[in-house]
Design a protein around this ligand. Structure first.
Ligand SMILES: [Zn+2]
Length: 404
């Protein structure tokens, strides 16, 4: 039996038919495959961000205009706009999934700051709604508005003492630095949980940033198109939200599935999205599907950063920026930053606060991982903080620190 002849059944097949019937984009995909019904998911081409951007803001929208309860956008690394609508039922499903996951981390006794962008982005609103559903107090400081710039957020953290901070590791670090510079002791401010929404980094780095505040780190994963695709378990590890998404992991340079347990590009298919159904959507994010020690059978999403941030040696396999960071920062004596890339054509890593011995040990560890010789230098922490503020969502490269 070929894939085309396989009987389509069950909720996943129902959603597949819904997408192919109702989304203007997927209707065109179906038309291109005329005569091969019923279509199985694994026969369909991958949906790329380029195609989503070309389809326009509502090019994937599968519902009548009055049913749109929210429109949000992401931008990919090339600045392309990826639009996504949601119905009220879509929002309820996301809020319920998030609230269920966050129950282990927040409750009525908590005050939470949501310090990720609200503008055109569903992530902050979804987190806000889920925390409110759990009875937590919520302060939506955002991250981009001139009404609440980073210094105002830091001042409010000192004044209101939130126990939960929903942000990225880099913003948590920048807020910590601002408070320390103004005479505060961030560890004494009572933060308990950091919920990291984006800014994928090495686990050792996330744990160190949270520990600076005396908090623990919990991870979520998602985008405007794929809200709540990964949500934290009680241990803080992001797990695939299997009620809402089916995941595949493919070769970032091709379309074939990677072997089980290998790192590759996450491809998501929605299972319940009414307004923006997605079939085999290339997220551009590298993950490894892993087992988590918490006992939750759903795959853990080990986040490895963006496809475009991989480091490619002249021979041997590409390495993710997160792998390099984890290797460097698990070397004793390292601090909070390891920025990797090429400088003057040579593999280069820049650390904060490292002795000559530590630099040598990091060079040795990176060579053991990649087979290449590494230049390992240092810059002071303030230079990293300033470069991260300039870079925004983009991962830092050695040039960002050398140009200043
Ligand atoms: Zn877990």
């Amino acid at each position: 039996m070929t894939a085309a002849e396989r009987p389509a059944a069950g909720p996943a097949a129902e959603h597949l038919r819904y997408a192919l019937d109702r989304s203007p984009y997927y209707r065109r995909v179906r038309a291109d495959r005329a005569g091969t019904h019923p279509v199985a998911l694994d026969e369909l081409p991958l949906t790329t961000p380029e195609e989503v951007a070309a389809a326009g803001p509502l090019g994937l929208n599968a519902v009548e205009h009055p049913r749109i309860a929210r429109y949000a956008e992401s931008r990919d690394h090339l600045g392309r706009v990826l639009g996504a609508a949601a119905t009220a039922a879509d929002l309820r499903r996301v809020t319920a999934a998030m609230a269920d996951a966050l129950r282990a981390h927040a409750g009525p006794a908590d005050l939470a700051f949501v310090a990720v962008p609200y503008e055109l982005s569903g992530g902050a609103q979804d987190t806000d709604r889920a925390l409110a559903a759990l009875g937590a107090g919520v302060v939506g400081v955002g991250a981009l508005s001139p009404v609440c710039p980073p210094e105002r957020t830091a001042a409010l953290v000192a004044a209101l003492r939130p126990s939960v901070l929903a942000t990225t590791p880099d913003r948590a670090l920048a807020t910590h630095a601002r408070l320390t510079a103004t005479g505060h002791v961030p560890r004494a401010l009572g933060q308990r949980v950091h919920l990291y929404l984006g800014g994928a980094c090495a686990p050792v780095r996330a744990a160190r940033v949270a520990e600076l505040w005396g908090a623990t780190a919990a991870w979520a994963y998602g985008s405007a198109l794929t809200p709540a695709a990964g949500l934290p378990c009680a241990a803080g590890t992001a797990h695939l939200t299997t009620a809402l998404y089916h995941a595949e992991v493919v070769d970032p340079d091709g379309t074939a599935a990677v072997p089980d347990g290998a790192c590759g590009e996450l491809v998501l298919t929605t299972l319940a999205a009414e307004a923006t159904p997605l079939l085999r959507y290339r997220t551009g994010d590298l993950v490894r599907l892993a087992r988590c020690g918490c006992g939750d059978p759903r795959p853990a999403l080990e986040q490895h950063g963006r496809v475009e941030d991989r480091w490619r040696p002249s021979t041997g396999p590409a390495r993710t920026a997160v792998e390099l960071e984890q290797t460097a920062l698990t070397t004793p004596g390292t601090g909070l930053y390891c920025v990797t890339g090429r400088s003057a054509g040579r593999p280069t890593a820049l650390l904060d606060d490292a002795t000559d011995d530590t630099r040598r040990d990091v060079a040795r560890a990176l060579r053991a991982l990649t087979g290449a010789p590494w230049e390992v230098g240092t810059a002071d922490r303030g230079t990293f903080l300033a470069a991260a503020a300039r870079a925004g969502r983009r991962r830092l490269h050695p040039g960002d620190l050398e140009d200043v």
